[in-house]
Design a protein around this ligand. Structure first.
Ligand code: SAM
Ligand code: SF4
Ligand code: SF4
Length: 339
């Protein structure tokens, strides 16, 4: 039986995002800019990263406290060796309804079959443009679009469906790719989601002017492929849904900057070194690694989860102002907690 744990603003805890590594084989300019995450950057040593056993133990504890959905992320989750073993461990947790993973797709062609066999339900693949030059510049490691598309195809063949595609839109960088992306995935069964570029972390030089508002994205697509709003699938769904009027499927828009959704935010995030963040824009996090490596029982750790969640008052996006264009406060990096 799951408890009805609620935070200070009466929000339950339903989703847990687990970052399994702080490393990535891409250097997306909006997430891990090379100037910061260069050759000399010190990633976490293995001993400071949660083991699969530790992650699975925490996963069980969180599901016991009401979590229904777990998403693995990173960094790039598929660069963590034997990730499918972790998937198998999590897939066995009783009460977990949905186990998914967000990836840049670069290693998906190799891994899709093993991930499906281990019990992964589906995947979300990030892809910011179909224009090879634009995409190579955005991932900043010269990775070609064709290999991500091959990864998406492998995921489809393996049955990791419905596949979602995440496109972060940055003004003047890839906003010219919005309609091409919509056309490409229209009628494919994959759900394309457009994400407003966010002021996560402190290294990506975010400016409000770089954000393409959701309304503008919908207008652009609708002019080429008419759209109509669709109802949310469930309370707390982050993406606003729109469907093509010709039956070609649907898209989602994640408008955390222009239309924040903190009131329905049921998410917690666990970093690869075991810190729990109750908001994407958190700064410190709560250390669960120390608890896991102490003699605490599962029930004692569960009590700590309840205490952290019970005190939660986060609603950063709702409180965001133009002042965030020059952030003074240190915030956790996206590559640390995985979106
Ligand atoms: N490496 C994997 C990937 O790229 O899918 C998983 C981790 S990545 C941090 C998770 C998601 O966050 C990706 O879809 C990425 O595009 C998105 N993301 C990263 N930085 C962002 C930002 N500043 N604003 C909005 N989305 C961002
Ligand atoms: Fe890596 Fe994903 Fe961040 Fe890109 S968005 S740098 S693929 S973690
Ligand atoms: Fe949730 Fe924080 Fe994002 Fe608001 S800003 S939706 S509280 S993660």
């Amino acid at each position: 039986m799951t408890t009805q744990m609620r935070d200070a603003l009466d929000r339950p805890l339903r989703d847990l995002r687990i970052s399994v590594t702080d490393r990535c084989n891409f250097r997306c300019t909006y997430c891990m800019p090379k100037e910061v995450f260069g050759r000399d950057f010190q990633f976490l040593p293995a001993r400071l990263i949660l083991s699969f056993e530790e992650i699975a133990r925490l996963g069980r504890i969180f599901v016991g406290e009401g979590v229904e959905k777990i998403r693995l992320t990173g960094g790039e989750p598929l660069v963590r060796r034997d990730i499918e073993k972790l998937v198998a461990m999590l897939a066995g947790i009783e009460g977990l309804r949905d186990l998914t993973l967000t990836t840049n797709g670069s290693l998906l062609a190799k891994k899709a079959v093993a991930l499906k066999a281990a019990g992964l339900s589906r995947v979300t693949v990030s892809l910011d443009s179909l224009d090879d030059a634009v995409f190579r510049a955005m991932n900043d490691v010269d990775f070609p679009v064709a290999r991500v598309l091959a990864g998406i195809e492998a995921a489809r063949e393996a049955g990791l469906t419905p596949i979602k595609i995440n496109m972060v839109v940055k003004r003047g960088v890839n906003d010219g790719s919005i309609v091409d992306m919509a056309r490409h995935f229209h009628g494919s069964g994959a759900i394309l989601r457009f994400i407003e570029y966010m002021d996560v972390g402190t290294t990506n030089g975010w400016r409000l002017d770089d954000v393409v508002p959701a309304a503008e994205i919908v207008e652009k697509i609708s002019a080429a492929l008419p759209l109509e709003p669709a109802d949310a699938n469930y309370r707390g769904e982050v993406a606003r849904r729109y469907r093509y009027t010709d039956g070609g499927g649907e898209i989602g828009i994640i408008s955390s900057v222009t239309q924040p959704f903190c009131g329905a935010c049921t998410r917690a995030r666990l970093s690869s070194e075991g810190r729990l963040y109750t908001c994407l824009f958190g700064s410190a996090g709560h250390d669960f690694r120390a608890l896991l490596r102490s003699d605490k029982s599962d029930e004692e750790i569960a009590a700590h989860v309840r205490s952290v969640w019970g005190r939660r008052t986060d609603r950063y996006s709702e409180l965001r102002t133009r002042a965030t264009a020059r952030p003074r406060r240190r915030k956790v990096e996206m590559s640390h907690i995985g979106g």
